[in-house]
Design a protein around this ligand. Structure first.
Ligand code: IYR
Length: 230
């Protein structure tokens, strides 16, 4: 996407300035916390469809994330085609069988016990959409010359966070899924070798009887996650 004329520094006035009073700021911060606190990772999806335009806007939001040198080293593949979803499920379950049969090692499997995961991944077919996030090790100028990307895991991680927040804000639920290894996704989705799949996000509406692991709702208190020097 980068043309060479975009690689010189030019400043513009800050657009979209937000000017809240201290009180408004406090209530905005609290309201957003309350909103995000109500996000749950859900694996039981209903068959209610989700419009493509909603997925597109959520990916647009992900694409606004900050990134190393603004290279935006990500690509999203959104899949609704049932045949495609089945192929992804079959391949992911094959990987997962190896993982849960011991490939993960005892400590990792023990850590997953309270989450209740196993090698069965019906959500990869049940969810109306799967969004696969690819991280790009390098990019290309318009003229085809290759350039290096920086802070790729950090940048794609932030974009994925934006995506999850956008999906939640749109009233959807999601499940982050990380089959290991994920190389099969490049071939299946026709993505080039310099891209690395980092996550599959299953997206949709929760089933009426959807459950979440009880422990998932225990979040560390602020004094454990924040140290203040003021
Ligand atoms: N990739 C596996 C295992 C897994 C790993 C972690 I760390 C989790 O928090 C949950 C699952 C799977 O998706 O089941």
């Amino acid at each position: 996407m980068f043309a060479r004329e975009h690689i010189e520094y030019e400043a513009i006035d800050l657009p979209d300035r937000i000017d809240l009073s201290d009180e408004e700021m406090q209530s905005a911060a609290r309201a957003f916390y309350e909103k995000m606190k109500a996000r749950h990772t859900v694996r039981d999806f209903s068959d209610r469809p989700v419009a493509r335009a909603v997925i597109e806007d959520c990916v647009r939001t992900a694409g606004t994330a900050p990134s190393g040198a603004n290279h935006q080293p990500w690509h999203f593949v959104a899949i609704a085609d049932p045949a495609f979803k089945k192929r992804i499920r079959d391949a992911a379950e094959e990987e997962e069988r190896r993982f849960y049969e011991g490939g993960a090692g005892d400590e990792w499997l023990k850590a997953l016990e309270p989450i209740g995961t196993n090698d069965s991944k019906p959500h990869l077919e049940d969810a109306p959409w799967l969004i696969v996030i690819f991280a790009q090790r390098w990019g290309y100028f318009d003229d085809g010359e290759r350039f290096k990307n920086y802070y790729v895991p950090e940048s794609t991680g932030i974009a994925t966070g934006f995506l999850l927040a956008a999906l939640h804000h749109a009233g959807l639920v999601a499940l982050t899924h990380t089959p290991n290894p994920m190389k099969f996704l490049n071939e299946m989705l026709g993505r080039p070798d310099h891209e690395k799949a980092i996550m599959i996000v299953a997206v949709g509406h929760p089933r009426d009887d959807a459950k979440v692991p009880k422990v998932a709702k225990i979040k560390k208190p602020l004094n454990e996650i924040l140290t203040v020097a003021d």
